[in-house]
Design a protein around this ligand. Structure first.
Ligand SMILES: Nc1ncnc2c1ncn2[C@@H]1O[C@H](COP(=O)(O)OP(=O)(O)OP(=O)(O)O)[C@@H](O)[C@H]1O
Length: 262
């Protein structure tokens, strides 16, 4: 496991991310509509909702790569997109961003050199790369070409790159897609280790059983936040046995509110 000790950082109220009236327009569509939510620091927040509901757009807004964002969005005490946030946030997209013609280790070496250039840091870079590769369980594949890896292995290389800088906030877009159950469990254990060491994680997923592993959930539907609470509170509030059933119940409720005659 990694030696992971990010600096404590957050807004005064203990949230790593706070949004008020967050709205995002993509093309001609309003994809996120007037969202208010908070992501507590040092916790794992799951972002769940059907395909196309706006999870990736929300993550892009938080990491500062999304255009046409209005409202207030504060990340680690700064406005989203602020240049000083770059080294403090790790973002792993759905598409693995690795160089196919480099080995796993060479990929990590390259990104480590970008983050921490210079001969003086060679030893520190080597250690950071070794730790990141071990954290995602790819030590035995470190000399393999990235182009020869499976989809799940490639996405773990991307995750290792994001871990290199020991970011305070990790934003992970469906990091467990295509992974077998053992790897999924191991990655969730890693996420909890990182949170225990002070990192804040925002993780999107389609898979509702992963929701149960989060400290807190943001349930989304059609560009809106349907619910924001702990898995336990969502289950008890809806009197349902699982988060999946709670989510479906909340969707049905929202649909019937929409259909009700005014
Ligand atoms: N480049 C774009 N231009 C216009 N609309 C877009 C663009 N990218 C995404 N959208 C729209 O924005 C909405 C939200 O997309 P987003 O990718 O954020 O959803 P998502 O919840 O992450 O979906 P998935 O779970 O399938 O990845 C969708 O309706 C999509 O069609």
């Amino acid at each position: 496991m990694m030696n992971y000790a990010p600096e404590p950082a957050a807004t005064a109220d203990g949230a790593a991310v706070t949004a008020h009236g967050l709205t995002v327009v993509r093309g001609r569509r309003t994809v996120l509509r007037n969202l208010d939510f908070a992501v507590p620091r040092g916790r794992i927040t799951g972002l769940l909702g059907p395909s196309g509901c706006g999870k990736t757009t929300l993550m892009r807004a938080i990491v500062g790569t999304q255009a046409k964002v209005t409202g207030t969005l504060e990340v680690l005490g700064r406005p989203a997109g602020d240049a000083t946030l770059r080294p403090r946030i790790g973002y792993v997209t759905q598409a693995p961003s690795v160089y196919a013609d480099l080995t796993v280790r060479q990929n990590l070496d390259y990104f480590a050199a970008v983050l921490q250039p210079g001969r003086d840091h060679r030893g520190a870079r080597h250690d950071a790369v070794t730790r990141a590769i071990a954290a995602v369980d790819l030590t035995s594949h470190q000399t393999a070409l990235a182009g020869s890896l499976s989809g799940g292995q490639s996405s773990r290389v991307s995750l290792a790159v994001a871990l290199l800088a020991t970011p305070e906030l990790l934003v992970l877009d469906e990091p467990t897609v295509g992974l077998d159950p053992v790897l999924r469990r191991d990655l969730w254990n890693l996420f909890h280790t990182l949170a225990n060491r002070g990192a804040t994680l925002l993780i999107s997923s389609h898979v509702m059983d992963e929701a149960e592993r989060c400290h807190r959930l943001l349930l989304m539907r059609e560009g809106e936040i349907l619910a924001e609470n702990t898995p336990e509170a969502l289950r008890s509030r809806t009197r349902r046995a699982t988060v999946e059933e709670a989510f479906l119940h909340l969707v049905d409720e929202a649909n019937s509110r929409q259909e009700a005659p005014r």
